[in-house]
Ligand binder design. Structure first.
Ligand SMILES: [Zn+2]
Length: 142
């Protein structure tokens, strides 16, 4: 599991995003954001703005940075918990990470995708891995 998921700040942010996306059978809406790190290692989180319908607007992040902060991870939710909905990151999700030249910073670990059961991580090269059980990771964060 990525050590970032041990950070109370990251866990709290993922949990908040999950709750804000109003998970349910009807679908809710995706929420997401960036995890940032300053030069001495302090972490912070900036959430993305909700776009039209299901789209999320990513703020500009040239050079894998927001201002003087390094982006160390990104995340978004898959709030549709219906049985026939694909929980894991799909091809579009993987491409969005893999093909974004501004998500290739030295410290960038990839994009976490919070689904009902599992938190996945899309590595910068587009490969998907399961990081752990959503409930365990988010509940231990409080
Ligand atoms: Zn997605």
């Amino acid at each position: 599991m990525s050590t970032l998921l041990n950070s109370p700040i990251v866990r709290a942010a993922l949990k908040q995003a999950w709750q804000d996306s109003q998970p349910g059978d009807a679908g809710g809406h995706e929420e997401g954001g960036f995890v940032l790190r300053d030069s001495v290692g302090n972490m912070s989180v900036v959430r993305w703005t909700r776009g039209e319908q299901d789209g999320i607007m990513l703020p500009p992040h040239a050079g894998c940075k927001i201002g003087r902060f390094d982006i160390v991870a990104s995340f978004h939710t898959h709030p549709n918990i219906g049985g026939d909905y694909l929980q894991e990151p799909g091809e579009t999700d993987r491409r969005a990470v893999r093909d974004d030249p501004d998500l290739k910073g030295r410290l960038y670990e990839g994009e976490f995708v919070v689904s009902h059961e599992i938190i996945y991580r899309i590595a910068p090269n587009g490969q998907v891995s399961a990081e752990g059980n959503t409930r365990e990771i988010l509940e231990e964060g409080v």
